[in-house]
Design a protein around this ligand. Structure first.
Ligand code: EPU
Length: 336
């Protein structure tokens, strides 16, 4: 059984029944989809907690084509391209818009799945269409932005198309007229009238490097939990007790809370359980200090979920895709 330890950035030891690397999308026609498959890119948002009994399909096709339209740029990128390298490439070409999303680990094909977002920008807003292989139909189809169901860390690819559609290419549309997004705290120090895309890019990299660990140095999978979206009435009650609680309005009824803040408030920032730790600079990130095990990770997830539930009555859902013997699982440490 091939090892998957080096295929996911959390680097827990595990295996899969078979590993297929897809360098050309047409080779998907030859894959036997009657067996369970797990599709991945660079494994920066996936954690294997058991030996997976199916086939891992690693998407590694390449290619970027930029075409100029009247008011916009069209960028067609293969799913296997590295996201950050695409951001750099576009910046060098003078195609702006992705600088807030610099240094996000992973591939282009993974970006729409969880609608990657950072510092006031989500990738879904720039996606014109997503092309992929429809497993049931055994053919390639292209979904327009409106069909992709983008929301905070959500898309149709995690919902009804999970295990049914393999993203092979993404078409982005970026306006030629660049509008810097400087709403996030530390970016507000930049002057919106004179700022360049390069300066935003540099600042984003500085912010990320100051609080997020580099997976090449310290194994991790980025934010481990989603920021929970809860009813605004509950947030109002919490705000009376905790006036400093960070909160972000979503709509008339719901408000998003900062999971990192909640975890820090229950005293778990820097907490270690065997080889797994809550990162000391950003409590939303879990790290594998080298010899961490899956059972320690599961105990850590449960401990965090229970502690936050007991203090705040808020359920934390892990954002990272957790793969057990039969595929994706959602670990739930509390019963609401
Ligand atoms: N906070 C704490 N303690 C912590 C961490 C955060 O009090 O240990 C507080 C901060 O002071 C701030 C708030 O929580 O008031 C939010 O923190 P931060 O700005 O660091 O962002 P985040 O909500 O923790 C999200 C994304 C990140 C993204 C940043 C910036 C999710 C799950 N995570 O983190 O994305 O880079 O915002 O936009 O939405 C990722 O998905 O892997 C990721 C890194």
């Amino acid at each position: 059984m091939p090892s998957v330890q080096s295929l996911h950035t959390f680097a827990l030891p595990a295996h899969c029944a078979a590993l297929i690397t897809i360098t050309h999308s047409e080779s998907l026609f030859e894959v036997d989809f009657s067996k369970p498959c797990y599709v991945m890119g660079e494994g920066s948002n996936t954690v294997f907690i058991e030996d997976f009994t199916g086939t891992v399909l690693k998407i590694a096709n390449k290619g970027i084509a930029v075409t100029e339209q009247q008011d916009v740029w069209h960028v067609r990128a293969a799913a296997g391209e590295n996201w950050h390298q695409l951001v750099i490439h576009l910046l060098e070409l003078g195609v702006f818009g992705f600088e807030n999303l610099a240094l996000i680990p992973g591939t282009v094909g993974a970006a729409p799945v969880q609608n990657i977002g950072a510092y006031g920008v989500e990738v879904g807003q720039f996606i014109k269409s997503v092309k992929g292989y429809d497993i049931a139909k055994a053919q390639f189809v292209e979904l327009a932005q409106a069909e992709c169901g983008f929301a905070y860390r959500e898309s149709i690819f995690k919902q009804i198309l999970k295990d049914a559609f393999i993203i092979t290419e993404v078409l982005f549309e970026l306006p030629k007229q660049w509008h810097p997004v400087l709403s996030y705290g530390p970016l507000q120090s930049l002057d919106k009238n004179t700022v360049t895309a390069q300066q935003v890019f540099d600042k984003v990299i500085e912010i990320r490097q100051s609080k997020l660990p580099d997976p090449k140095v310290l194994a991790n999978a980025g934010s481990f939990f989603k920021n929970p979206i809860v009813e605004s009435d509950q947030v109002q009650t919490l705000s009376k007790q905790y006036p400093d609680i960070p909160k972000y309005p979503v709509d008339a009824k719901y408000t998003k809370l900062a999971a990192g803040w909640l975890i820090e408030q229950v005293g778990l920032k820097g907490f270690e359980l065997g080889g797994i730790a809550v990162y000391h600079k950003q409590a939303l990130v879990l790290v594998n200090q080298g010899a961490g095990t899956a059972s320690e990770l599961k105990a850590m997830i449960q401990h965090i979920q229970q502690s936050v539930w007991q203090k705040f009555n808020v359920q934390l859902e892990h954002e990272v895709r957790v793969i057990a013997a039969n595929g994706n699982v959602q670990l739930q440490g509390v019963q609401a």
